[in-house]
Structure formats: structure tokens, C-alpha cells
Unconditional design. Structure first.
Length: 271
């Protein structure tokens, strides 16, 4: 699987500047509440452009350290130039594939990730490898997104639903696991980790506000076509934004587009 817009989604850098990703909204509160403290050493897995790495770097401060890993150098390229701020920990980017053996990275006080386990064909095995990198009692915290029978709203939302299905079908066709987020607490518990936070926040589309969905569809289109999920004609990119806006206007009210699943645990001491 390549770098990745998830249905939830992280967009390629150029696109991300045009349309802020509302799925990142829950991150600031969640990662601030999981016990990250000044001076900690944190591993951010599947860091992409480093947006979450910079957030946790600010939380652990200049005496901390963030190691950010991703298998895609292209995804990480933007991270090298973005500033986390003066009061942030240094961030060191390393290329690494979570599907295989990890390079020597040392031990961590916390291991975090956002929208990454959902893309792995064997997330439980990766979680076990990651837990082995944690110091006893370390934090293991993920924001993941899952296929959860959405979108929900006041109208039939036919086009929104079709787009949602195409996006998740693409993730599944690429070998990702649309159900991972819903099983994450189970996986963590089965590994013996103590769950500390397990909740979900809705990613909402408000009427009259610019929707990021057309931008997202544009970013995902090559992958949807590659996997045979839909065609450019069926998506109708030229008119998609207008049709989505019109459908939302007709439905009125808020659309619940997506759910962020926020799960934090303490690594079992003998992991
Ligand atoms: C949706 S992006 C999320 C990026 C970042 N965590 C964020 O929230 O902004 C998913 C990231 O996971 C990375 N990824 C997917 N599979 C991976 C793997 N097997 N090993 C390492 N990174 C992987 C992709 O390259 C991509 O950068």
C-alpha cells in the first residue's frame, strides 16, 4: 500500500494545504490526555508528514525526543522542513516498514500512531513488535478510523454514502483492515495491556462549510481506479464538489462522516 489518504484521511501534502483534514481534529485533546510528559522519548509510527510527530514533540518538550518512522520517504519529506516550535522535542525521521523487523531504535516511554494500524495486514503482530520497544509501563496510544456504517445525517445522502463505500472498499482492496479500529481495544487487552482511554469522536461535516470530501476523492482517485473500485466517469470529479454540496444542502443539518477511535493503554510490563 502506498502513502495514503484514508477515508479519514491524510492527504498528499499539496492537497492537504488546500483542505485541512477534519479527521485530525480529535488528536490534540487525545494525545494531550494520555500521560505524555516533558522529557519522554516517543516513537511515532507511520508518521507520514510528521503532523502528529510535531504535536507530541510539543507535549514532551525540548528535553524529550521523538523518533518518527514511516516506510515512505516521500511522505516524510515534508516533515523535514516543518517546524514543531522552539519548545518542542527534536524529531528524528527514520525510514522503516512496520510490516517487518524494525531497525534498532532503542526503548520508548510512549509509542503513538494515527491512521496507520488500519493499513497493516497484520496489525496484532506489529503491535507486539512495537510493545517490545516500550519501557515497562510505557504508553501505547493510537487514533485509528474504521468503517462504521456511516455517513449518518438527516437525508438519504446517497452520494456521500457511495463515496464512503468507495473509499473504504479501496482501503480493503489494498490489504488494509477497515475493522481494525473497532477491534483495537480487544487486541490491546488480548496482549495484556491495560486500557486507559477508549473513546470515539465524530468527524462532522457542517452545512454551508467547505467540504473536504471532493479534495479527498481527488487524492484517492488513482488508487480507486487502480483497485477497480470505481472509475473517473462514475466519480465525476468535475462536478463532485457541487453535487456533494447540493446533497448536503437538501439534507440540511450536520453529517457524521467518520469516527476517530482513540485508544490508549499501558504496555504490559512483561511485553
Ligand atoms: C494516513 S497516513 C497517516 C500519517 C500520519 N500518521 C498522520 O496522521 O498524519 C498513513 C501513513 O502510514 C504509513 N504506512 C502505511 N503502511 C506502513 C508500513 N507498513 N510501515 C510504515 N509506514 C506505513 C504510510 O506511508 C503513511 O505515511
Amino acid at each position: 500500500m502506498s502513502h495514503v489518504a484514508s477515508p479519514a484521511l491524510a492527504l498528499p501534502p499539496a492537497v492537504a494545504q488546500a483542505a485541512p483534514n477534519p479527521a485530525n481534529g480529535p488528536s490534540a485533546r487525545f494525545f494531550a490526555e494520555i500521560g505524555l510528559a516533558p522529557g519522554m522519548r516517543v516513537l511515532d509510527v507511520g508518521c507520514g508528514n510528521g503532523d502528529l510527530s510535531r504535536l507530541v514533540a510539543r507535549l514532551v518538550g525540548p528535553d524529550g525526543e521523538v523518533i518518527a518512522i514511516d516506510r515512505s520517504p516521500e511522505a516524510m519529506a515534508m516533515g523535514h522542513t516543518a517546524e514543531a516550535g522552539l519548545q518542542a522535542a527534536p524529531i528524528r525521521y527514520r525510514q522503516a516498514d512496520l510490516a517487518g523487523a524494525l531497525p534498532e531504535l532503542g526503548r520508548f516511554d510512549a509509542i503513538v500512531g494515527r491512521r496507520v494500524l488500519m493499513y497493516l495486514p497484520a496489525a496484532a503482530a506489529t503491535l507486539a513488535r512495537l510493545a517490545a520497544l516500550g519501557k515497562p509501563g510505557a504508553i501505547l496510544a493510537f487514533q485509528e478510523h474504521g468503517r462504521a456504517g456511516l455517513p449518518a445525517g438527516l437525508g438519504p445522502l446517497t452520494l456521500h454514502r457511495r463515496l464512503y463505500d468507495w473509499l473504504w472498499d479501496t482501503v480493503a482492496a489494498e490489504g488494509g483492515d477497515p475493522g481494525l479500529a473497532l477491534r483495537l481495544v480487544d487486541l490491546m487487552r488480548a496482549a495484556g495491556h491495560g486500557i486507559e482511554v477508549a473513546r470515539s469522536e465524530g468527524v462532522l461535516l457542517q452545512p454551508g462549510e467547505p467540504s473536504f470530501l471532493a479534495t479527498l476523492a481527488q487524492a484517492m482517485l488513482p488508487r480507486m481506479i487502480e483497485r477497480g473500485v470505481t472509475s473517473a466517469d462514475a466519480l465525476g470529479l468535475d462536478t463532485l464538489a457541487d453535487r456533494l454540496r447540493e446533497e448536503h444542502r437538501a439534507a440540511a443539518g450536520t453529517i457524521v462522516w467518520d469516527l476517530a477511535f482513540l485508544v490508549s493503554a499501558r504496555i504490559a510490563r512483561d511485553a
